[in-house]
Write a protein that binds this ligand. Structure first.
Ligand SMILES: NC(=O)c1ccc[n+]([C@@H]2O[C@H](COP(=O)([O-])OP(=O)(O)OC[C@H]3O[C@@H](n4cnc5c(N)ncnc54)[C@H](OP(=O)(O)O)[C@@H]3O)[C@@H](O)[C@H]2O)c1
Length: 171
C-alpha cells in the first residue's frame, strides 16, 4: 500500500532548507529534530535568541545537521519585515516554511471563575480574556497566529516558489 505523503516522509530525496518559526520548544522543536535527522538545514526563527540558541545546540548535537537561528517576533510587523529582509538578502530558496509558532490565551482560574459573570454580573467583574495587544495594536492571538504568519509567508513566497522543481513541491 502507498504511504500517504506527509511533511516528514516526502523530502529526504533532497536536503531542503526549512525555515521554522516557533521551533525552540513544544511540537515545533520535536518536528525540527525529526526534520534535522532527515537531513534538513534548519533555520529557527525565534523571538528569544537565548532560547533559540539552546534549541539550536540540542538539535545540532542530536542530528549532526546544520542549524541556524534568526530573530523573529510574530507579534511585531516591524520584526517580521526585518527578518524577511535579512532572509531575502542571504538566502537563495526556501523548500519548506513551517508556520508553527503561536500563542493561545489559556483558560486560567480567573477566566473559569468569570463564567460566573453570566449568573452574577454585578458581583463578579473578571475579564474573560486578557486584553493583550501586539505591537501594532491587534488582538495578540489574531495578530500573532494569523496576521504575523500571513505577512511572513507573503514576504518569503518568492523564495518558496524558487524551490519548486519537477521533483520537489515546496510547501
Ligand atoms: N499543543 C496543542 O495541543 C495544540 C493544539 C492546537 C494548536 N496548537 C498550536 O500548535 C503550535 C505549537 O504548539 P505547542 O504546544 O508546541 O506550543 P508552545 O510549546 O507554546 O510553543 C509555541 C512556540 O511559538 C513561539 N511563539 C509564540 N509567540 C511568538 C511570537 N510572537 N514570535 C515568535 N514566536 C512565537 C514560542 O516561542 P517562546 O518559546 O519564545 O514562547 C514557541 O516556540 C502553536 O501555534 C499552537 O497554538 C497546539
Amino acid at each position: 500500500m502507498r504511504e500517504t505523503p506527509t511533511l516528514l516522509n516526502t523530502f529526504p530525496v533532497i536536503f531542503p532548507t526549512v525555515f521554522y518559526p516557533g521551533a525552540n520548544t513544544g511540537i515545533g522543536k520535536e518536528t525540527a529534530l525529526e526534520l534535522g535527522r532527515r537531513g534538513a538545514r534548519l533555520m529557527l526563527l525565534c523571538r528569544d535568541l537565548e532560547k533559540a540558541d539552546a534549541a539550536k545546540e540540542e538539535i545540532a548535537k542530536e542530528t549532526g545537521g546544520a542549524v541556524e537561528t534568526m530573530k523573529l517576533d510574530l507579534s511585531s510587523l516591524r520584526s517580521i519585515r526585518e527578518c524577511a529582509e535579512k532572509i531575502l538578502e542571504k538566502e537563495d530558496k526556501i523548500h519548506i516554511l513551517v508556520n508553527n509558532a503561536g500563542v493561545m490565551v489559556s483558560l486560567n482560574l480567573l477566566q473559569q471563575l468569570s463564567l460566573l459573570q453570566c449568573f452574577f454580573p454585578p458581583l463578579i467583574q473578571f475579564q474573560v480574556c486578557p486584553n493583550w495587544k501586539t505591537e501594532d495594536g491587534f488582538d495578540m492571538q489574531f495578530g500573532t497566529n494569523h496576521l504575523g504568519h500571513f505577512l511572513l509567508t507573503e514576504l518569503l513566497l518568492p523564495l518558496v516558489k524558487k524551490a519548486a522543481t519537477d521533483d520537489f513541491r515546496p510547501r
